[in-house]
Design a protein around this ligand. Structure first.
Ligand code: SF4
Length: 709
């Protein structure tokens, strides 16, 4: 798991000797090489291990990190889950020999066992970063580093063979190639905008001011200069791994969060009550924690009416969050008006249903509340009242029966009822009974993980039968901690933070709270300042940018002190994403935007990039025709704050050349860009985002064609 303030890994050489020692009585010994965060990854570690014959370092396990395992000596069996087996997945084995290596994606069950007589030695890279999902990502795969040991390649002085290059969950691109470097050859220092790890298999190399002999690991930090040469008589052979971070565009796309543009949701959360009659031990309302900031308030019918009249695009409203909505004295009028205006009302965050008159229960049916979740954490009064302090199980069941009777009378299925069973140690034995009762009451049934220590700092009645709750929760997790460990994010975090966009949470008195977790600060009052004004003001837009890692925390933003944001921030380590890399990522957005435009004079780029294009216009070399005469990459001005970083500055300048080339083309199909870009496009093609890469390939092909004719 990510540790706050961990070491930043610096460029360095790490030689080691084989076979790695195993102390008397030991069967497995890891030898740490490096560990920490990088500009690309929030966590990266490398270790070599020795494993005695017939032993495994651990039972098959899965974790949310990605890994590469390379066999250095001996033979091992990797033990993998058979995902294709039917009901009960089993495990199968694959034999790996010296220099075989595998990639394990996140959450992929695996273990290993030494098969050879001498202990096996292997090396592992393990990492985690900002995650982003795509349709095609690198899956578990087995490779062999043989090409690095063969005299392959056209240029025998420096031959490189691509092993793979694909996106992963944490990387825009994981690239691997095998290199043979002949005696006396090498290349000059240069800068890569990604981290590079090299496993030296044979021979020796000079790099970072020292000579390192095989076996050894070399790490190059993103943005730091490095070159390599072979000072020895024999050929050096090594495997290169490049860790390319996701582009800002890709991260934004997969976050599902909208970066620019007006927020105008048709679905909002408008709390009908922040008062509750129960005293549940893990609930901030039940424990009086929300009283000071939110108070015990009810949504007024007049405010509700005004809001939906003024914002006719609102189609759905969630009424429950902090309190018991059925205590609201005007709930019937609210339900009736929503029904009349054809706005779908729901209470899916939950009601305790302990207090409700027959009229209110009838109104739920008559005015077609769409759905309602009933919090029932037990199947008997004795169990139920342990957590629902002050509640009465029998009364709740009686109210459900009354609703069902009204549903029959009105011949309707609405509201759809769900029995929500929060799993605790004291009630888990009643899960099955509760499920059966729910079926009998025509309710859906859902096991939810408890708040744990989220609000109160202490966990009430932790689950004991973890396997049962893993199964029943349907997410293979028994509590929030386990969920965090498996997914690298908090349970329901994405849903909660996503509410800052859609559906936003509004308090009963009109204060825009943003999400259903925040109860401390607000973003204005929608009843007083208008819904769209509040949803699009500077403060909430800043909070959205913060959640995307684009802005630092700010005191007046509720997220700054939120447990979700703080752990996400330490876990994702926004700070380690250096300023320069952010600029590079921003340029990728520009390239993609301009690339999407067939004519820059039209407004199309602005549609894709919004203010970004305007904002960075001064950075674009205009006119690009001047570029053709330039021998040196264009200098980046010191005002950009990156003037000192010459090498990265050059990388950025190279991008500017691309931007200019693409920008200058009224249609990428014509050859005009070639006049300006030519070989430059090829050299820096790997820096481009994927769609632009395709463009670059086309440009380069046309460039060659023009040259030859
Ligand atoms: S970080 Fe916390 S306060 Fe901010 S949106 Fe997410 S859950 Fe709400």
């Amino acid at each position: 798991m990510r540790i706050i303030n961990q070491t930043v890994i610096k460029s360095g050489c790490y030689p080691f000797k084989l076979p790695l020692p195993l102390d008397v009585g030991e069967v497995w010994k890891p030898h740490p090489i490096f560990q920490g965060s990088t500009a690309t990854l929030n966590y990266l570690s490398c270790h070599a291990s020795t494993l005695a014959p017939g032993f495994s370092p651990h039972a098959p396990h899965e974790h949310s990190d990605e890994e590469i395992l390379i066999v250095l000596s001996g033979e091992i069996d990797i033990i993998l889950k058979d995902h294709h087996a039917s009901a009960q997945p089993g495990f199968y084995r694959k034999r790996l020999q010296k220099y075989d290596f595998v990639f394990y994606p996140a959450n992929f069950a695996h273990s290993l066992e030494t098969i050879s007589e001498p202990p096996a030695n292997y090396l592992m890279f393990r990492w985690r970063g900002l995650s982003s999902f795509r349709n095609a990502m690198l899956d578990f795969r087995l490779f062999n580093a043989l090409p690095a040991r063969d005299e392959t390649g056209v240029d025998q002085r420096l031959s490189m063979q691509l092993m793979f290059e694909e996106p992963t969950r944490y990387l825009g691109k994981l690239h691997c190639h095998a290199t043979s470097l002949a005696s006396g050859s090498g290349y000059e220092p240069h800068v890569d905008p990604y981290d590079v790890a090299i496993l030296l298999l044979e021979g020796e190399v000079r790099t970072l001011g020292q000579i390192i002999k095989a076996p050894g690991v070399i790490f190059y930090e993103a943005g730091k200069p490095h070159g390599i040469s072979n000072p020895a008589d024999c050929t050096a052979k090594y495997l290169v791994f490049e860790f390319h971070r996701h582009s800002a565009e890709q991260l934004q796309k997969s976050s599902g969060f909208k970066r620019d543009g007006m927020i105008k949701p048709s679905f909002i959360m408008l709390d009908a009550s922040s008062a509750c009659q129960l005293k549940c031990p893990s609930c901030p309302t039940g424990q009086g924690m929300t009283l000071k900031t939110l108070g015990a308030k009810f949504l007024k019918f007049t405010d509700f009416k005004k809001l939906i009249d003024a914002n006719p695009w609102i189609k759905t409203i969630e009424l429950s969050n902090w309190g018991e909505i059925l205590l609201n004295p005007e709930i019937t009028a609210i339900l009736e008006y929503g029904f009349k205006k054809n706005v779908a009302l729901q209470a899916n965050c939950g009601v305790n249903l302990n207090t409700a008159s027959s009229d209110v229960l009838e109104a739920l049916v008559k005015y077609q509340l769409r759905s309602m979740t009933v919090a029932l954490d037990g199947a008997s009064n004795e169990t139920y009242k342990i957590y629902r302090v002050g509640g009465d199980f029998e009364r709740v069941i009686a109210h459900i029966r009354t609703i069902n009777a009204f549903k029959q009378r009105y011949k309707t299925d609405l509201p759809k009822l769900t029995w929500q069973f929060i799993a605790f140690g004291h009630n888990e034995h009643e899960t099955e009974k509760a499920k059966n009762m729910a079926a009998e009451l025509k309710m859906d049934f859902r096991v939810k993980l408890s708040f744990g220590d989220l609000y109160t700092g202490k966990t009430f009645s932790p689950v004991r039968n973890r396997d049962l709750i893993r199964r029943e929760s349907g997410i293979d997790c028994a509590d929030r901690q386990e969920y965090f460990e498996k997914h690298g994010a908090h349970y329901l975090q994405k849903v909660s933070c996503g509410q800052l966009w859609d559906p936003p949470q509004i308090h009963a008195d009109g204060r825009l709270l943003g999400c259903s977790i925040n109860y401390k600060l607000d973003y204005g009052n929608v009843f007083e300042d208008g819904l769209l004004e509040c949803l699009n003001n500077e403060k909430i837009n800043y909070a959205r940018q913060m959640l995307m890692g684009l802005k630092p925390p700010r005191e007046d933003i509720p997220c700054s002190t939120c447990f979700f944001y703080q752990t996400k921030r330490s876990y994702v380590d926004y700070d380690s994403i250096s300023h320069v890399h952010d600029i590079l990522a921003d340029r990728e957005a520009q390239i993609a935007a301009i690339y999407s435009s067939t004519s820059w004079r039209m407004t199309r780029p602005l549609r894709f990039a919004g203010d970004k294009v305007k904002k960075y216009m001064h950075l674009m070399p205009i006119p690009a025709r001047r570029l053709s005469g330039r021998k040196e990459p264009q200098q980046v001005s010191a005002e950009n704050d990156i003037g000192q970083l010459t090498h990265l500055g050059q990388a950025i300048s190279a991008r500017e050349a691309q931007i200019a080339a693409i920008y200058h083309s009224t249609s990428w199909r014509v050859t005009r860009p070639l006049r300006f870009a030519g070989g430059k496009v090829k050299i820096f093609k790997h820096l481009l985002p994927i769609p632009a890469q395709r463009l670059a390939r086309q440009i380069y092909k046309l460039f060659l064609y023009r040259k030859s004719t």
